[in-house]
Design a protein around this ligand. Sequence first.
Ligand code: FES
Ligand code: FES
Length: 174
Amino acid sequence: MKIDFVLNGTPTSVDVPPEMPLLWVLRDVQGLKGTKFGCGANQCGACTVHVDGSAERTCRLPVERVAGKQVTTIEGLSPDGSHPVQRAWREIDVPQCGYCQAGQIMSATALLAEVPEPSDEQIDRAMSRNLCRCATYLRIREAIHRGAALSRGEPSEAPPSAGGAADAGEEMPR
Ligand code: FES
Ligand code: FES
């Protein structure tokens, strides 16, 4: 079945079974490996992307549900890793193994789009379903505050990555 949606700003058409999870379409059909498979059961948040601006898990989301919608993955957050949250992630040096971090960043950016200056409690609530086996939670919270500050125009301490999509999401193992 042909399904049309907008992927990272580009009109996209895929011919796949309508029940195929969006995560499979992103990784195996579109070759976007930044979004990770963790639990496959809607439990860990590693597969989080934005659908029409909201953080959504993709490991159980049938691709037919995003027909006509805007899907943004970690690769589409910025062309050069210069999104304030990606810059904050580098400044704070958040990742450990990195596996969960693309999903963490996508949830964090969705939060800041809705709540530009979140409290610790709002951050903890918004991020509570994104699990990190390396327990980077305190650095994630710090980086979200820092991302909020950078979004307000505070100067950055680390230059944008020169490596195109080589950003905080790209440094993860694939
Ligand atoms: S892989 Fe989708 S929630 Fe864990
Ligand atoms: S950094 Fe290792 S699982 Fe989160």
